[in-house]
Write a protein that binds this ligand. Structure first.
Ligand code: MRU
Length: 369
């Protein structure tokens, strides 16, 4: 996507092929800093500390991590055991987004097929780059399919502003290009539809207020940042036409793990008869899990992320304490919205209902024999 007229992605391989470049998302929107990843440890740190975040981007970063593992092998032949162990370490860096394990396993399985060191390096690089391109293309298609939904609302409203609500950042920063939840929004904007987006700030790390607001602003999309608790009020007053969110892991039965607070938005949407859509590439489906509430691992992060807030103060980014120093805090980073509250999924193959039957008819190859 374009930032100030320049095409940019949140991750790319440097021209010397030895360094992976990323946008350090911890500092946006106040500072635009590019960071270098040279080793598997760098990649793990960047995922854990959320320099990079968002399910598809976590997957792509880890895929490049496998490539960096091949480059940094202690022996030229690149032993299988070494690679498998490095991949285990990569997969343990964050627990909820299934794209992480999916991408690492995909690169690993192809790389292990190569029969010498330089073949392994080339294969890992090609596979990581392919995953990045494929994820970008899937998001483009999500935009095409989701556009139909916004178009329909716009027609029903006879061209009056369509108000969308989103939570966290499921934009291009989280996904290589276009985003998942934001892809239909950008497609609708580019088509000239009158749209406006309510952006949940998304405490504690404020991915909505910092990242989604920045992205939408750079693209010229009308938007308003709201507190995480404002959505219900807006829905009661007919100020939201549709909710679109992303997801970090969705079971094949349709249960959706996404940023903490998503479930409450889905409840409020159901109570107010507002469509609640989840946009995702197929890499975010977990084809093994049936019961999202019981089975999806929910990340718990450092409580200090709750107790502090970061922002710009007299030109510098600073973090300040909000709660009493001695008060404990609990930082559950995701929640699970049950399938019954989801109106539908917007995927690269089209739109389907949140049921096992409908999901598997869109992805028939995933049906168990
Ligand atoms: O903790 P984060 O910032 O990695 O969480 C990101 C989200 O919850 C996104 O909504 C999700 O990854 C969808 S990605 C397009």
């Amino acid at each position: 996507m374009k930032v100030d007229g320049k095409n940019i992605r949140p991750i790319w391989l440097d021209s010397d092929l030895n360094v992976v470049k990323i946008i350090d998302q911890r500092l946006l929107p106040h500072e635009f800093v590019i960071a270098d990843l040279k080793t598997v440890d760098d990649v793990i740190m960047s995922i854990k500390e959320m320099y990079v975040r968002g399910a598809p981007l976590i997957g792509v970063t880890a895929a490049f991590g496998v490539y960096l593992a091949t480059l940094n092998s202690p022996v030229k032949t690149i032993e299988d055991d070494y690679l498998i162990e490095e991949c285990q370490r990569l997969k343990a860096s964050r627990p909820t987004a299934v794209n992480l394990a999916w991408a690492v396993d995909k690169v690993l399985s192809e790389t292990l097929k190569a029969d010498n060191g330089s073949g392994k390096i080339d294969t890992a690089r090609n596979e990581a780059e392919k995953i990045a391109e494929d994820e970008a293309e899937k998001c483009r298609k999500i935009g095409e399919h989701g556009l139909d939904l916004i178009d329909e609302i716009s027609r029903k409203k006879q061209g009056a502003t369509v108000n969308l609500l989103t939570h966290c950042n499921a934009g291009w920063l989280a996904c290589i290009e276009y985003g998942t939840a934001t892809a239909p929004i950008y497609a609708a904007f580019d088509k000239g539809l009158d749209i406006h987006v309510w952006v949940d700030e998304t405490r504690p790390l404020n991915q909505g207020a910092r990242l989604t607001a920045w992205e939408l602003g750079k693209h010229g999309v009308k938007h308003t940042v709201i507190t995480d608790n404002a959505g219900g009020h807006l829905m009661q007053h007919h100020m939201v036409d549709m909710v679109i969110v992303g997801t970090d892991r969705t079971t094949f039965t349709g249960d959706v793990a996404n940023k903490i607070g998503t479930y409450l938005k889905a409840l409020a949407a159901r109570d107010n008869n507002i469509p609640f859509y989840v946009a995702l590439p197929s890499s975010t489906f977990d084809w093994k899990l049936k019961d999202g509430i019981k089975e999806i691992p929910i990340e718990e992060r450092d409580p200090d992320e709750i107790r502090h807030v970061q922002g710009l103060d007299r030109g510098s980014i600073r973090s300040v304490l909000i709660s009493p120093e001695e008060s404990p805090a609990a930082n559950f980073a995701f929640d699970v919205t049950p399938a019954r509250l989801v109106t539908g999924f917007i995927t690269e193959r089209g739109i389907c209902k949140a049921s096992e039957k409908d999901i598997l008819s869109l992805f028939p190859e995933k049906k168990k024999p």
